[in-house]
Design a protein around this ligand. Structure first.
Ligand SMILES: Nc1ncnc2c1ncn2[C@@H]1O[C@H](COP(=O)(O)OP(=O)(O)OP(=O)(O)O)[C@@H](O)[C@H]1O
Ligand SMILES: [Mg+2]
Length: 464
């Protein structure tokens, strides 16, 4: 079942990213090429397929300029399983020895849930029907030994017939259930419980994560599935049971197989903070930490290069997985990475620092722009919120200024500034600002609320 999204052209990918990310055209172009190249690579003759090195990407840019956002959106656009790890976590105390393969397992996990959702969608109607029957059976249980409905009609048409009466009542209730008339009524249903849930961790030293999970699953499957009775409204019951019935209807073996192939062929792994495992990363660090950093790089190599990784859903080959790594590289350079790893990230893209103009656009243009988010929030209380153009310019200007003078946290600054600006309004709704109110944010208001904070560096350090 090939999706349209599997083969978007680079231009289409960029157009899609443009809906969410302002600027960073170079990065967008390159991730689009990389994604398309993977598709191309899978469609070339097999002899040279193995020769073509995957187009893994290294994104270089300061914090909050959109690195993670680009990778995440790319995955969404391509309907690709996506997972993000911080490379530095593999060097942390306590994490040492934690196998880096876990990122691949996370990816497969992601793919499994995506495939499950898609498959459940396919059986949705059938499952809903089954759920309706279960609910109906709890409300008006069918009479024991009730013959086939048509048989009743043939046998006698006396309405007093208990069986027929039962059928009629059931038909009436079925209708009521269907049109939601009974949604608030409570019913008692059996809910199956996962017996592994409260078992805690099994295993111990010398056991890697994969086998530990496998063991846990095995034991879980050996235990009888417990059923628990719960009293819930019909509306809730429908939700709970739908999940269960749909799960029963999908074939887990098929899910596993499709998920592995989806992760292998379309998966994207985002390795953040890769600069923190480069050897130049700490200015004065001794030999110890550097060795462990290099160790992590060496552990990463086989995965990025392409190897088979064991997961509880089966073996996955990482050959075609797209790896996007990112880092600020303030204290180290890409050339501080071991050469083999550098070679695996042949595409280097530098992201631009965001300007005041970018901030202004980020506030309003993306589909999920902050102003749209806040407008939607207050709209849920029937309050209308608008921002005047010069107010937005002022917000962008202030955010930019604080970044320059205090600390550059990129577009994240907009979040803190906006939440400060709207703090009181959000508190006053709905108590003092009632429904149908119209709030207009103008430049004066922005200055009133924020100017003092912007000017006082100590204050802005804490509050903005
Ligand atoms: N160019 C941009 N266009 C739109 N929104 C952006 C842009 N850059 C950043 N943002 C917004 O800023 C926030 C932080 O961005 P993101 O997580 O991508 O930063 P990052 O570059 O990964 O930073 P870090 O190095 O700290 O991980 C997100 O909410 C994102 O939506
Ligand atoms: Mg990030």
């Amino acid at each position: 079942m090939e999706k349209m999204n599997d083969n978007l052209t680079p231009k289409e990918i960029v157009a899609e990213l443009d809906k969410y990310i302002i600027g960073q055209n170079d990065a967008k172009r390159n991730v689009a090429i990389a994604l398309r190249n993977r598709w191309r690579r899978m469609n070339v003759k097999e002899e040279i397929q193995g020769e073509i090195v995957p187009n893994n990407i290294l994104l270089i840019g300061a914090t909050g300029v959109g690195k993670t956002e680009i990778a995440r959106r790319l995955a969404k656009t391509a309907d690709a399983p996506f997972t993000k790890v911080e490379a530095s976590k593999f060097t942390e105390v306590g994490y040492v020895g934690r196998d880096v393969e876990s990122m691949v397992r996370d990816l497969v996990e992601q793919a499994v849930s995506m495939v499950k959702v898609a498959k459940k969608e396919l059986v949705k109607e059938k499952a809903a029907e089954a759920v309706e029957n279960i609910i109906l059976d709890t409300l008006i249980p069918p009479l024991k030994g009730s013959p086939h409905p048509y048989a009743v009609k043939l046998g006698s048409d006396e309405p007093e017939d208990e069986v027929e009466l039962n059928e009629q009542t059931r038909a009436r209730f079925r209708e009521k259930i269907q049109n939601g008339e009974m949604d608030d009524r409570k019913v008692e249903i059996d809910v199956s419980q996962n017996s592994t849930g409260n078992m805690g961790m099994i295993g111990g030293a010398g056991m890697d994560e994969a086998s530990m999970i496998n063991l846990q699953e095995m034991i879980g499957n050996m235990m009888p599935k417990k059923k628990k009775k719960r009293k819930v409204t019909i509306a809730e019951a429908r939700k709970i049971l739908l999940e269960e019935e749909a799960s029963k209807m999908i074939d887990m073996d098929e899910v596993k197989e499709e998920a592995i192939s989806k992760a292998e062929n379309t998966g994207i792994i985002f390795i953040d903070e890769i600069d923190k495992i480069a050897s130049g990363a700490s200015s004065g660090g001794g030999k110890g930490p550097d060795v462990s950093r290099e160790g992590v790089q060496r552990d990463l190599l086989p995965i990025v290069e392409g190897s088979a990784v064991n997961t509880k859903y089966g073996v996955i080959n990482t050959d075609h997985i797209l790896f996007i790594s990112a880092g600020a590289f303030h204290y180290s350079k890409p050339s501080d990475l071991i050469p083999e790893l550098q070679g695996r990230f042949p595409i280097r893209v530098e992201l631009d620092n965001l300007t005041k103009e970018d901030f202004l656009k980020i506030l309003t243009e993306p589909k999920n722009a902050l102003t749209k988010q806040y407008q939607a929030l207050v709209a849920s209380e029937d309050v209308d919120l608008t921002f005047q153009k010069d107010a937005l310019e002022e917000i962008a200007e202030m955010a930019f200024q604080i970044n320059e003078e205090v600390e550059n946290i990129g577009a994240r600054r907009l979040h803190t500034v906006m939440s400060r600006l709207l703090n009181e309004i959000l508190f006053d709704i709905p108590d003092t600002i009632g429904p149908h109110a119209k709030i207009v944010i103008d430049k004066k208001l922005v200055q009133e609320k924020l100017e003092g904070l912007v000017q006082d560096k100590d204050l802005s350090r804490y509050i903005l």
